[in-house]
Design a protein around this ligand. Sequence first.
Ligand SMILES: [Zn+2]
Length: 348
Amino acid sequence: MTAIVYSEDYQKHETGNHPENKERTQVIIKAIKEMDAGQNGIFEPEMAGEDDLLRVHSPEHVAKIKAFCQQGGGYLDFDTMASPQTYQIAKLSAGGAIKAAKLVLEGEKSAYSIGRPPGHHATRDRAMGFCFFNNLAVVLKYLREVYNIKKFFIFDFDVHYGNGTAEIFYEDPQVLYISIHQDPRTIFPGSGFIEEIGRGEAEGRNLNIPLPPGSNTSDYIYILENILKPVADKFKADFYLVDVGFDGHQDDPLSSINLNDDFYQWVAMEMMEITPSLALILEGGYDLSALYRCNQKLINGLNANINFEDGNIKENKSNLKQRNQKVHRETKDLLNEIKKIFSPFYEF
Ligand SMILES: [Zn+2]
């Protein structure tokens, strides 16, 4: 059963009626407690230290967030809001991600950190897009330093491009970042095009799948089936991290992607077929009832594959696919373009 990492203290990152608010993690933990998965117990995170943040972020950035919160918080930019306790709770959110990775190293097949604030838009020097510190990057650098783990596979299915994560590892050949997101011409943060493939020795290590508004579960399944496993098999990572976002759901107010509930179970099952173990980190998702349902789907998918050999489980996955078969022409064209760009690096 997937291990859950969560703290009630996440509510202390107080943002009022901002879309990224405390009700999000509350509804997710409620969804999990109301299914069998919650019976396993929920692990409390430890706060990440400043040293953990400083492996990723500049001292100026860390000091700026700390001082801003000490002075009472407010809007750091047009959409990123801090409260007096945000600096502490952002460290707790990063610590939750570290805890999930540690649980995986201790033998859990999967561990899911349900933390806030989220992290994937935070760059080395800048908070943006509701994010202060890049939780995933903090974990990755922690695992490198403390456990000497070298090669990392990251898959990010939040509807927005994780520009912070991509930028931090853009020249790092040992980190593969795959992001599926809404076409950046139509959504924040305005980057994440297929031509952004990594730099220098890391060329081919940044793989973007930007889908047009209106894309649905069929499009996602079709393109991910053709990319995730072939690329992962060739890259052969030592550790797998998934950035989980629910804002591509058709009910979500912040995107124009039309995923249904099926996707979240399918994607969890797909990842568990690609790797025997993974750590998951919460990013976005702003419709509370979609968050409730889709988190249960995700957990079902993660747990189902513990008994992956079971014929019924495989049948379930193919049922999910059968129900979602109408792939748009644009998606097929996009896959061909991606294959062309990445054929020097991977075998599709
Ligand atoms: Zn998002």
